[in-house]
Design a binder for this molecule. Structure first.
Ligand code: PAF
Length: 282
């Protein structure tokens, strides 16, 4: 596996690969890999001739009071894991290369970024869309793999790719969970023991929602009420939002029909976790 640190070299590599007729799968990441990342990488490996992984903790998607500075980083560990999964390139650019001092362009996807996480993280999705567009331009992938845990991110990227007639196929992969059900996240490592225990209530509430949906409940309000009861018994959990939305527009629904996402975000101490359930109502 090659480690590439400059945009120039990465562009040369991808141009050459394309000229040689190779297909490129791309997994953009902010590092500190866990099994969730590995499942995206394996899917990329399976789909294309070449697998390129980017590792870049993107400053523009963090708000001023968020965890950019403390975001977990361990390059050597990530490098080994990417190599073991069979990646061809680990692309780890510098922020000064990605955002030179005169950088002025941002990408804003409108409606799908307003609700859910967009409410409490107003600059987050424009930071994500901007960096992902730049990375697509540098890596020129045929397929790019994202996790469904960041469901609003996945929908935002899909919207951007459609709107800008981009040539990449965006692939979503199911959330990978710890044995007890907690969604894997690089941020789980911030959790203190008691917070880790309390965090399980996020998963429990989604399981409750699933059970109600499977029994035929179609009133969003009733499902949300039962979910909130679960959090009320956990004083360490501070809910940011729990919502049921149309799976494509991400607008709230009252009456559930078609594809919906039950999405939530919560703070455990300073750590903000998100999780969701995608449900196809018949
Ligand atoms: O999901 C992430 O890790 C990031 O938001 C991404 C897609 C790599 C953009 O920085």
């Amino acid at each position: 596996m090659e480690v590439i640190k400059t945009i120039k070299e990465m562009k040369e590599f991808s141009s050459q690969a394309r000229r040689a007729g190779k297909t490129i799968a791309f997994v953009p990441t902010m590092g500190f890999f866990h099994d969730g990342h590995l499942s995206l990488m394996r899917e990329g490996r399976r789909r294309c001739d070449l697998l390129i992984i980017s590792l870049f903790v993107n400053p523009t998607q963090f708000g001023p009071n968020e965890d950019f500075k403390n975001y977990p980083r361990d390059f050597e560990r990530d490098r080994k894991m990417a190599e073991e999964v069979g990646a061809d390139v680990l692309f780890a650019p510098e922020a000064s290369d990605m955002y030179p001092s005169n950088h002025q362009t941002i990408v804003r996807v409108e409606k799908v970024t307003q609700n859910l996480c967009g409410r409490s993280r107003p600059v987050h999705f424009q930071g994500v869309a901007t960096v992902v567009l730049m990375l697509f331009e540098i890596v020129t992938p045929h397929a790019a793999i994202f996790g469904e845990k960041d469901y609003q991110q996945l929908v935002t990227i899909q919207q951007m790719v459609r709107d800008l007639h981009m040539r990449v196929e965006v692939v979503g992969m199911p959330t990978v969970r710890e044995e007890d059900g907690l969604a894997m996240s690089s941020r789980n490592r911030y959790l203190l023991l008691e917070e880790r225990k309390a965090a399980l209530s996020l998963y429990r509430s989604l399981q409750k929602a699933k059970e109600l949906l499977q029994k035929g409940e179609r009133k969003a309000e009733r499902i949300l009420h039962e979910m909130k009861e679960i959090f009320q018994s956990e004083p360490l959990v501070k809910i940011d939002y729990v919502q049921i939305c149309d799976a494509y527009s991400l607008q709230d629904v009252n009456q559930i029909e078609g594809d919906v996402v039950v999405a939530l975000a919560a703070y455990l101490g300073k750590t903000r976790l998100i999780d969701n359930l995608i449900f196809h109502a018949l």
